[in-house]
Design a protein around this ligand. Structure first.
Ligand SMILES: Nc1nc2c(ncn2[C@@H]2O[C@H](COP(=O)(O)OP(=O)(O)OP(=O)(O)O)[C@@H](O)[C@H]2O)c(=O)[nH]1
Length: 377
């Protein structure tokens, strides 16, 4: 309840923006994507594994979808940042639903980490086999794939990885292109094609991120702000950081940070989505415990939650803890500013950066039972 109150405040701030993120450029991109939808063989919809429902690409769902051909693959990217057990469960549930329905209209769902070679290879295999199916097994054909999604979900990172890993000829390797990857949303401005495979030839079109001005769900705004799909500059970073702390304080992850100084961090989750099935050392993500700042921040958060004497079920008490944590974090981050300057902003930005790069643990913001109905239909 108390955490929800913090979330509601951010939801209001997002609502007050009235879709300010949806500018002329995004509207033009949406039109261009719609024009291409009927022309391509396959659509790969990229979502954020931490918010699989809120990060759905609305333009696909508002109009007659691509089904019943089932020419859609849903990629839950940034699986390394989500709670691995929740992502795996969602993928399994979704695949079962597809199997039970025995319809090709259910999209194939894959959890991916675009920084992980094996993960991208698996995705390439799925795309390749889908294209072969659609082209009736012909190897000498050409397939086109439209990669769509909201801003900052990692479309360009995926296309770069597929382009580099895809089995294209040595001569073609010299012509490798690079899509712009950035931690800020809205960097991709044009639709650009990349060859990712031969026999059959497969071209993937990377598209600009499009986030609809209105969300289906009231709770989506804060989640989309936290995962970085909405430009931080449109909101107060401090509000987003408070929402993040509300989540951290409500989950159990901090308990693993209690004894950081004594025995080292035993929170190593690795990248269990992709690492479980492969024995490649490089697939294990760092748990960042060698990073002094990360350790200090985790420890500080753990201590402040454990030692808090107030009632965390009470909204005011819960907010008091968050305010206290944000002040304590100034020291942990070694933020020093002039007395006249606002210390909150740099602290909030640093905290968000830790979360968005997976250094503050693995949090899925939407749980499987809640999203199953709406998530991947
Ligand atoms: N941890 C992690 N970070 C990722 C992953 N994929 C992408 N990123 C990061 O997410 C940020 C956004 O990636 P982009 O590829 O630029 O996202 P995009 O969807 O093309 O963004 P737009 O240009 O806004 O449409 C970058 O900082 C990437 O490094 C992933 O699987 N895991």
């Amino acid at each position: 309840m108390a955490a929800e109150a913090v979330s509601r405040r951010l939801a209001e701030a997002v609502r007050e923006l009235s879709g300010a993120w949806y500018g002329r450029h995004m509207a033009a991109a949406e039109r261009a994507i719609r024009t291409r939808l009927p022309l391509v063989d396959l659509v790969v919809e990229v979502r954020d594994a931490r918010a699989p429902a809120s990060s759905a690409f609305q333009p696909l769902h508002r109009r007659t979808p691509l089904e019943p051909d089932g020419r859609r693959v849903v990629v839950l990217n940034k699986a390394d940042l989500a709670d691995p057990s929740e992502t795996e469960l969602l993928v399994v549930v979704q695949r079962w639903m597809a199997y039970m329905k025995k319809q090709r209209s259910c999209p194939w769902v894959a959890a991916v980490n675009s920084h992980n070679r094996e993960s991208i290879k698996e995705l390439l295999n799925v795309v390749r086999s889908r294209i072969r199916e659609i082209k009736h097994g012909k190897n000498d054909c050409t397939g086109t794939v439209l990669l769509v999604g909201i801003p900052n979900v990692g479309k360009s990172a995926i296309v770069n990885a597929m382009h580099q890993i895809g089995r294209i000829g040595a001569a073609e390797k010299g012509k490798l292109k690079h899509a712009i990857v950035s931690s800020h949303p809205g960097e991709t401005r044009d639709i650009i094609g990349y060859k990712v495979a031969s026999h059959p030839n497969i071209y993937v079109l990377d598209t600009p991120g499009v986030l609809s001005p209105r969300f289906v769900n009231e709770d989506s705004g804060p989640r989309l702000a936290l995962i970085g799909a909405i430009k931080d500059s449109l909101l107060e970073e401090y509000d987003i950081a408070q929402f993040l702390l509300a989540i951290v304080n409500s989950r159990e992850e901090y308990r693993k940070w209690e004894n950081l100084n004594q025995v080292g961090d035993n929170t190593s989750c690795g990248n269990s989505i992709t690492s479980r099935s492969h024995n490649n050392k490089r697939q294990y993500a760092s748990d960042h415990t060698q990073d002094f700042i990360v350790r200090t921040v985790r420890q500080m958060l753990s201590e402040t939650i454990s030692s808090f004497k107030g009632d965390l079920g009470e909204v005011d008490e819960f907010k008091r803890l968050i305010s206290y944590q944000l002040v304590s974090l100034q020291e942990a981050f070694k933020v020093s500013t002039e007395p006249s300057e606002d210390m909150c902003k740099p602290v909030a930005m640093k905290l968000l950066n830790l979360y968005r790069t997976g250094r503050l643990g693995h949090y899925t913001l939407e749980h499987v039972p809640d999203v199953r109905q709406q998530v991947i239909s």
